[in-house]
Design a protein around this ligand. Structure first.
Ligand SMILES: [Zn+2]
Length: 433
C-alpha cells in the first residue's frame, strides 16, 4: 500500500523538485516498482531499504506542499468519481461500492474515509486512494500525484479543504469569545489582575489575542457557536464537545479554572488551537501546556509540526530568533521589547529532533538560552544528529544557573541583552571544544 513513509523515501531518493518536471526513465521505473509492490499489499515497515536517503536531501517547503496535498485528498470524493459509494449504516467513515477491478459483489469495495484507503474483499485489491487513481488511469504514482494536484488546484476536486476551513472558523470564533471573556467578563477579573501583576499591558493582551475559557461560560460559548451557524455535528467533529466535558471534569474535580489561552496561527494566518498558561497567583509560571490541549491535535501531525508561536502569529518568522522554553515566554519577552522570541516545542532535542530540524531550515539563526550544566554527553549526541544546515544555524547563550531567560533579560536590560544574543556561541564552535 502507498504509505506516507514510502512517499518520503521516494521523495528523498529522487528529490521532491523532480516531481514537478518530467522524471527520468529510471525514476519512473522506481515509482512503478513501488506501485507494483503496493498492489500486492506490501506495507512499508521500519527497516525497509527501498530508498534510505537522509531527509535533508529535499526541500522542506516542497515536501510540505506534497504532504498537504496528501492530507487534503479525500478518498471518498476521488474514488467516488469511478464508483457509486454508499455509507455503511453502522459506520459513517466506511463506504461500500462495486469493485471496478473484479466487478464481483455489489458492495465488495470498502473505502475508509479516515485514512483514505480502499480494499476489495473479493479480489483483495487495496491501498491508498492514490493507488486506486493510478490504477484506474493507468498512470505511474508521480504522474497520478501531479494529476490529482492539478485537479485540486483547478477546484475539480475539493478534497478535505472545505472541512479544514470550517474547523479554522470554529477555532477563530472560540478565540474571539475567549478574548472577550478575558477583557470584559466578571469571570476574567482574576486573570486581568494576574496579567497586571506580570506587567502585561492591555496592548499586549490585544496583540496576542489572549483569552480565557472558564467552565462557567461554556454554555454561553456553545450558544454563540450555534447562533453563528455551526451545527452540533460540526462542533462535535471539531472537538468542542470533548473540550467542554474536559472543562466540566476539571471543575468537578475541584481543579483550578485559572488558565489563559494563547491562540496559535499557521503560516496562512488561520487559528489552529491554543496553548494554555496557568495564572494561579502562587504558581506564577509553574505550569504551562506544551502540547496544545485542544484544536491542534485534530490537525494532521505534519501540519501541527509546522506551527510556531511568535509575535507575528506564525505568518512570518523573523530570520534571527531566540528559542524559548514556554509559549508564555514569547509574550513576556515581547513586553520587554524583544519581538524575536519563538516557541517551537519543548527544548528537548531527543524528543523533538525532527521538529527543530524542520524549523531551523526556515531561519538564519536560532539562539538557544541554556545552562552550562545542560551540556551532557546525551545533549551533544542529539545536537550532532541535527542536519548540517540545522547545526550551522544554532547558537547558544549561557545563562547563570537558576535564572530563566525572561528574568535574565529583565535584569540585563534590552541593550545588553541584545548584544549578548549577538555574541552567542555557535553550535559548530561549541562542538570544537
Ligand atoms: Zn475486487
Amino acid at each position: 500500500m502507498f504509505t506516507r513513509r514510502m512517499f518520503f523515501k521516494i521523495l528523498a531518493a529522487i528529490g521532491a523538485g523532480s516531481l514537478f518536471s518530467a522524471e527520468s526513465e529510471g525514476t519512473a521505473a522506481q515509482w512503478l516498482n513501488v506501485s507494483a509492490a503496493s498492489s500486492t499489499g506490501h506495507l512499508a515497515r521500519p527497516g525497509d531499504t527501498y530508498f534510505e536517503v537522509p531527509a535533508q536531501a529535499f526541500g522542506v517547503t516542497t515536501t510540505e506542499q506534497w504532504e498537504n496535498l496528501l492530507d487534503d485528498l479525500d478518498a471518498v470524493e476521488l474514488i467516488g468519481r469511478y464508483v457509486s459509494l454508499t455509507s455503511a449504516p453502522d459506520e459513517v467513515s466506511r463506504l461500500t461500492g462495486r469493485c471496478p477491478f473484479c466487478r464481483h459483489g455489489a458492495d465488495s469495495l470498502l473505502v475508509d474515509s479516515r485514512d483514505d484507503t480502499y480494499l476489495c474483499t473479493d479480489c483483495l485489491a487495496g491501498g491508498h486512494a492514490l493507488d486506486f487513481y493510478a490504477r484506474m488511469e493507468g498512470l505511474s504514482l508521480p504522474e497520478s500525484l501531479r494529476s490529482v494536484g492539478k485537479l485540486m488546484a483547478a477546484g475539480v476536486l475539493q478534497g478535505k479543504r472545505p472541512r479544514l476551513k470550517r474547523f479554522h472558523c470554529i477555532i477563530e470564533a472560540i478565540d474571539r469569545f475567549a478574548h472577550e471573556s478575558l477583557i470584559c467578563s466578571r469571570e476574567g477579573a482574576s486573570a486581568r489582575g494576574w496579567l497586571n501583576h506580570q506587567g502585561i499591558t492591555a496592548e499586549m493582551v490585544e496583540k496576542f489575542s489572549l483569552g480565557m475559557m472558564p467552565y462557567a461560560l461554556s454554555d454561553q460559548l456553545l450558544e454563540r457557536l450555534r447562533a453563528v451557524g455551526f451545527t452540533p455535528d460540526e462542533l462535535e467533529q471539531a472537538g468542542v464537545d470533548g473540550w467542554m466535558s474536559c472543562l466540566a471534569d476539571r471543575f468537578k474535580a475541584g481543579e483550578s479554572n485559572s488558565t489563559l489561552l494563547l491562540p496559535v496561527r499557521d503560516r496562512e494566518g488561520d487559528c489552529c488551537g491554543f496553548y494554555e498558561q496557568s495564572f494561579g497567583l502562587e504558581s506564577a509560571l509553574a505550569w504551562s501546556s506544551h502540547v496544545v490541549p485542544y484544536g491542534y491535535q485534530l490537525l494532521a501531525p505534519h501540519r501541527a509540526n509546522q506551527l510556531v508561536y511568535c509575535t507575528t502569529s506564525g505568518q512570518t518568522v523573523p530570520s534571527s530568533v531566540v528559542l524559548v522554553e514556554h509559549p508564555w515566554d514569547v509574550v513576556l519577552l515581547a513586553q520587554e521589547g524583544l519581538h524575536q522570541a519563538v516557541y517551537v516545542s519543548p527544548l528537548d532535542l531527543h524528543e523533538y529532533h525532527d521538529r527543530f530540524n524542520r524549523f531551523l531550515l526556515q531561519v538564519q539563526r536560532g539562539v538557544w538560552p541554556i545552562y552550562s550544566s545542560d551540556l551532557s554527553v546525551e545533549f551533544m549526541r542529539n545536537l550532532c544528529r541535527l542536519s548540517p544546515h540545522g547545526l550551522e544555524r544554532v547558537a547558544f547563550l549561557f545563562l547563570p544557573d537558576g535564572t530563566g531567560f525572561s528574568e535574565w533579560l529583565r535584569r540585563e536590560g534590552p541593550v545588553i541583552g541584545r548584544a549578548r544574543l549577538e555574541d552567542a556561541l555557535s553550535a559548530t564552535e561549541l562542538l570544537r571544544f
